[in-house]
Design a protein around this ligand. Structure first.
Ligand code: FE2
Ligand code: FE2
Length: 194
């Protein structure tokens, strides 16, 4: 399996300077969130370094890669193009870089949308990406503080914001995001929040 150092070099030579900077910021926040939530810091670092590794590939290649494995990509090929790069990155991480840890692969695959039944590492990477240090939308700093204080509550907030933004822009909300939101609210607050 690729090491954290190797993944860092891979990200540096594969990604644009801007996306590499984003990736390093995601890694920083992911490691901090792992520390605070008793998760494996190395796994968090590796998932963060690889999460956008496929993002700059051409659309047709992304589609070809996500079609290779519907399970690991959560059926990405059947879903909006914006989610393909997470699934594709998980396939590349496994097949090209020897990542065999299901938690890392899951966190990479669902980093754009979340999914029902998100585990700790899934939440960490989803939120480290959404609230990474270079993000400058108005709520970014507050969201970062909230997720650092409480991973579950912060992730519920993040998912809710993402759904609201997509609706405002008239874009379709991925079913996985709605499922993640309903599931996490039910688990956190109890009762039936659907
Ligand atoms: Fe991404
Ligand atoms: Fe990202």
């Amino acid at each position: 399996m690729i090491t954290v150092e190797e993944a860092k070099r891979l990200a540096k030579r594969t990604l644009s300077a801007r996306r590499y900077q984003h990736t390093m910021n995601v890694k920083k926040l992911a490691v901090e969130l792992a520390k605070r939530n008793g998760a494996d810091e190395k796994k968090a670092a590796l998932a963060a370094l690889l999460h956008d590794i496929a993002k700059e590939l051409p659309k047709d290649e992304l589609l070809r890669i996500v079609r290779e494995d519907a399970i690991i990509t959560n059926n990405a090929a059947q879903r909006p193009a914006a989610v393909w790069h997470g699934g594709a990155a998980a396939v590349l991480a496994r097949d090209r870089y020897g990542v065999d840890d299901p938690e890392i692969l899951s966190a990479i695959a669902c980093h754009t949308t979340g999914k029902a039944g998100m585990g700790t590492l899934d939440k960490i990477i989803y939120m480290a990406d959404m609230a990474s240090y270079e993000r400058d939308y108005p709520e970014a700093e507050q969201l970062r503080g909230d997720v650092l204080a409480d991973l579950d509550r912060g992730t519920i907030e993040g998912l809710g914001m993402s759904i609201a933004w997509l609706k405002q822009q008239g874009k379709p909300v991925d079913s996985e995001t709605l499922a993640a939101y309903a599931d996490l609210r039910a688990r956190y607050y109890g009762g039936n929040n659907r």
